[in-house]
Ligand binder design. Sequence first.
Ligand SMILES: Cc1cc2nc3c(=O)[nH]c(=O)nc-3n(C[C@H](O)[C@H](O)[C@H](O)COP(=O)(O)OP(=O)(O)OC[C@H]3O[C@@H](n4cnc5c(N)ncnc54)[C@H](O)[C@@H]3O)c2cc1C
Length: 489
Amino acid sequence: MSTYDAIIVGAGFGGLSAGAILAKKGWRVAVLEASTELGGCAGKFNRPGYRFQAGATVGMGFEKNGVLARLFDELEIDLPPMQRMDTIMDIHLPGQTIHYYRKKSKWFQEIERIFPERSSAVKAFFEEVFQVGTRLDALLLDLPVFPPKRLGDWVRLIPYLNGNTIRLAPYLTQTLYDRLKRYHLHKDRTFMTFLNGQLMDSVQTTAEYCPAFLGHAALHTFHKGAYAVEGGLATVAERLADSIKDNGGEVRLNRPALSVDPEGKEWLITSKRQRTYTAKKVILNNSIHNFTSLFNQQQVADSNISSLEDKNASWGAFVLYLGVDDIFPEDVLYHQIIQDPSKPVTETNQFLLSLSQKEDRTMAPEGKRAITLSTHTELHQWWDRDAYEERKALYVEKMLNGVETSFPSIRNHIDLQLPGTPVTFERYVKRDKGRVGGYIPTGKWSWLHQHSVYTGLNNVYSCGDTVFPGAGTLGTTLSGWIAANEAMK
Ligand SMILES: Cc1cc2nc3c(=O)[nH]c(=O)nc-3n(C[C@H](O)[C@H](O)[C@H](O)COP(=O)(O)OP(=O)(O)OC[C@H]3O[C@@H](n4cnc5c(N)ncnc54)[C@H](O)[C@@H]3O)c2cc1C
């Protein structure tokens, strides 16, 4: 049996960040990862000639003072090569393409082109986004534990009561839709299609259900920088794992945690083939959805996980990986395709097409590109095994039809085509029932229904996309960092 200061369960962005921070501080850590890849939903897999991004593609937080940039600074390691995109993405609507530019001046010119009659209102709304986003950044720099669960958490929030946070109060108590009403934008169809498209990809919901501050933070983040990392976001996971090892820690693949049991004042983690590890602290990055599978009934009852888990829903993802001839222009790597603006922004009606960089030979051979296409999907339909193959074929077809509207010859250039469903996400990244991307916000107070890093069990912390500040590699990294900080206290 091996003994550690901390065991981290899961090598997603949350767990690797937590492990890297603790190892850097001299803690004896081991990260146990069930699969054979690092990075979880932001990981990769290889097929002859290609390296595909399993889920996440758009990197964020790499700009100066961004979360990932600060983490790498703290670890004293270099960020991998990456490209900051001038065009965050092209949004393809029927008969119209919106170029979503990063730089405010260029974006505001585009706003005038796309929304000529409402450009002042759209610009005023984005001014609000940038202002609120900047205030939120200042707040997150201190890695607060949120939402407060224990008396101590409330006490530690007192210093945050200052002019900055008081000005944020309206955005904590309204939805984004409420904010849009003030600008009379809530009834503008094109604007709402654009905005809801962006929100679905970042906060998993539309304006009506999105807490205003979450929406502002997500929109602001895109403008701070959307990055394409060489080799995909998995390269970031690889660097974090290397940092753990360089600082004396261990990262073990193919090593699922099967149970976590108390042993005196420590925790005993059992993996396959009866391998056991004891640790003073445990950080769970295996997704809150899997929490109950690791603990006994009493511990589940003592924790504060199950009640929230019952109240919250998540999306699944349908993903299509393509190896294709390079028929694409150079400058835009991310394309959002919205097939019919009158339909819900899920189930292939809206999807994101992410291209590997033209010159990135780690991802595709010369003259080829690796593509990840992904859309939100309702989970229940994928567990009807009789309809599974037919549904999968239908979704592939619907996605390729959508791609054809912008890249008409795509079907003639496909080398390799691999679909992935919620069943795939359960199988390869162990997401229970294929739930991914954190909880779906359901209204202005839904941020209170998130988990903090405290599980309610002594010395057991959680991090990941269901833990504040939540979904996306950036939020998840922050949650891992907060969990490591709390474990060290
Ligand atoms: C299709 C898709 C597209 C996305 N696009 C983007 C994007 O463009 N940009 C962005 O920033 N984010 C994006 N996201 C969201 C982002 O990928 C996730 O929020 C983030 O990667 C989640 O990280 P995590 O650490 O919470 O968990 P995960 O990535 O799920 O990692 C958890 C890890 O724990 C392991 N594990 C589970 N159970 C056990 C166990 N018992 N023992 C040991 N290990 C275990 C799993 O194998 C997995 O590796 C996307 C997500 C999806 C699904």
